[in-house]
Design a binder for this molecule. Structure first.
Ligand SMILES: NC(=O)c1ccc[n+]([C@@H]2O[C@H](COP(=O)([O-])OP(=O)(O)OC[C@H]3O[C@@H](n4cnc5c(N)ncnc54)[C@H](O)[C@@H]3O)[C@@H](O)[C@H]2O)c1
Length: 506
């Protein structure tokens, strides 16, 4: 199909709400002429005023020149009827998220635009293929999925389905570049890349909370400070609002036929019913005063004692970082085969819990404490067995916090918090690659730009080591017998072959 016909791009945008405005702004700033239409009378004109004001503000702040702001504004024309979109070379819709409304619009547009005009949808959760199938020429339909706020979120997913013609994605990719955005290609599947890859962080954190392993502020602190996420999962849920995120969690779970990796949490559903939505209602997981999060206090750090620390020789060899840490803390360190009568028994589980580690090593569970050996900087995580004596727990806390690095003490958990949350994210990212929804590089690009994670899921897995991630998941699977933790074939094969998770299929 001839989608480019060498005519200069004239972009039609239908829907002048939050997203339509953002797309229009980056297009005109990228030198593209835009016709903007909204079926609410005055809606597109109002949007034009808002965009012009934004451009003036950017010019006043010195981010762009006044001449560029004026030139960009001049590229934006309001269409008062949808028929005025007839000369467009591409139309992007950003109307309500309702399948029937989008199908009706696309059918109507097909009666107006030329046969070589590309029709793109900004849908987040609907099937691009179902929209295409409603059209006379389904081959020209694709997804062009932006993120909010569009001018700041520099990523756009270009989505094609089985009905999309060759060349359509390339044309949209070129358009994205012209708009100054980074395009990634995805095949039409629920959640595309970003909203699919983003399931792990929230659902696994909600599981940790639901299992009473740690309170939500502690989970947030661990994932921020030990694992390097910009925002904790509960802060993120509060920012997005459970009225937005819970339906997305439920929809993706259902669209993948109840895939256990995406299983939503009853906690979130109940809190949504209670309208504890987050920032917008002043109370979500946290409370907000004047839109400022009220941070609950951390547990005080107990005084350091000089209890000797026993560590199994095998753990000492496998985790030299922990030995170095104990030495730098000046801990009295026991090397014997068995712990002495009064030592603190330190276990270093990977994907296991402290109880299983204590039982396997025939340790006294009342004197056993687990330390997460994979995340030792920023914040350390200790976990107890159900019977660890409070004085042993406090002695470990005092010791591991004695160099000023904060410590979270959690209840027993297979894979602590960071290990299991990161392994879940990596596993889902691997399965996106396995399903060929996107290339490994595009998966990581989409997740870093779209979700702001410190690394993409595949690079995150490489940083821990594919074999380590596989071990965490195998142990979680063994512990819970829950298919949620079954490793993706992509991860398993690359771990077995000692390859980077970014290694594509030949
Ligand atoms: N808000 C986000 O964060 C976000 C992110 C990515 C994608 N999306 C998707 O973008 C689309 C728009 O979302 P939004 O947040 O901008 O919504 P919005 O409610 O702010 O704007 C929608 C606009 O479309 C207009 N409209 C509705 N039906 C129309 C029709 N039949 N013809 C012409 N105009 C019509 C409305 O008057 C409104 O101005 C949705 O499909 C949404 O899922 C939203």
């Amino acid at each position: 199909m001839n989608s480019s016909s060498n005519a200069p791009t004239l972009l039609g945008i239908v829907g002048a709400g939050l997203m339509g405005r953002g797309i229009a702004q980056i297009a005109i700033q990228g030198g593209i002429s835009v016709l903007l239409y909204d079926n609410r009378p005055g809606g597109a004109e109002e949007a034009r005023g808002a965009i012009a004001a934004t451009l003036t503000m950017l010019a006043d702040k010195g981010k762009i020149t006044a001449a560029d702001a004026d030139a960009a504004s001049a590229r934006l024309t309001v269409a008062t009827t949808i028929e005025e979109l007839a000369p467009c070379t591409t139309v992007v819709e950003a109307i309500v998220e309702k399948l029937d409304a989008k199908k009706d619009l696309f059918r109507q547009l097909e009666g107006i635009v030329r046969d070589d005009c590309i029709l793109a949808t900004n849908t987040s959760s609907l099937s691009v293929t179902e929209i295409a199938a409603a059209c006379r020429l389904p081959g020209r339909v694709a997804g062009f999925h932006f993120f909010s706020p569009v001018p700041l979120m520099k990523i756009v997913e270009v989505i094609t389905g089985p009905l999309t013609d060759d060349g359509i994605a390339d044309a949209l990719i070129a358009l994205a570049h012209q708009m100054g955005h980074t395009p990634v290609r995805a095949s039409d599947t629920p959640g595309f890349i970003v909203n699919h890859a983003g399931r792990g962080y929230l659902t696994e954190s909600l599981r940790v909370l639901g299992e009473n392993i740690a309170a939500y502020p502690e989970i947030d602190r661990i994932l921020r400070e030990a694992a390097g996420f910009r925002m904790g999962p509960f802060e993120l849920l509060d920012l997005t609002g459970l009225d937005v995120s819970q339906p997305v969690m439920e929809s993706i779970y259902e669209q993948f036929y109840q895939e256990p990796r995406f299983r939503p949490s009853p906690i979130a559903r109940q809190r949504l019913a209670a309208r504890l939505l987050g920032r917008k209602t002043g109370r979500g997981f946290y409370r907000y005063e004047d839109n400022r999060k009220q941070e609950p206090e951390s547990a005080p750090v107990p005084a350091r004692t000089n209890a000797p620390v026993w560590l199994a020789a095998r753990d000492a060899v496998a985790h030299s970082g922990v030995v170095a840490l104990l030495q730098s803390l000046g801990a009295e360190f026991e090397h014997g085969e068995r712990p002495s009568a009064h030592s603190l028994c330190l276990v270093l589980p990977v994907g296991r819990d402290a109880t299983s580690a204590a039982v396997a090593a025939q340790l006294d569970p009342t004197r056993t404490v687990g330390l997460d050996p994979l995340f030792l900087t920023g914040r350390r995580t200790l976990m107890t067995t159900p019977v660890t004596a409070p004085e042993v727990r406090d002695a470990a806390h005092g010791l591991f916090a004695s160099d000023g690095v904060p410590v979270s003490v959690i209840r027993d958990s297979a894979g602590f918090v960071a290990q299991r949350v990161i392994a879940t994210i990596v596993n889902i990212g691997c399965d996106i690659a396995q399903q060929a929804i996107a290339t490994p590089q595009d998966i990581d690009k989409a997740v870093t730009l779209g979700l702001g994670y410190p690394k993409g899921p595949l690079a995150m897995g490489d940083a821990l080591g594919a074999a380590t991630v596989l071990r965490i998941l195998d142990n979680l699977f063994d512990f819970y017998r829950d298919p949620r933790y079954r490793p993706s074939p992509w991860l398993k094969r690359r771990a077995l072959l000692g390859l980077s998770l970014l290694t594509p299929e030949n």
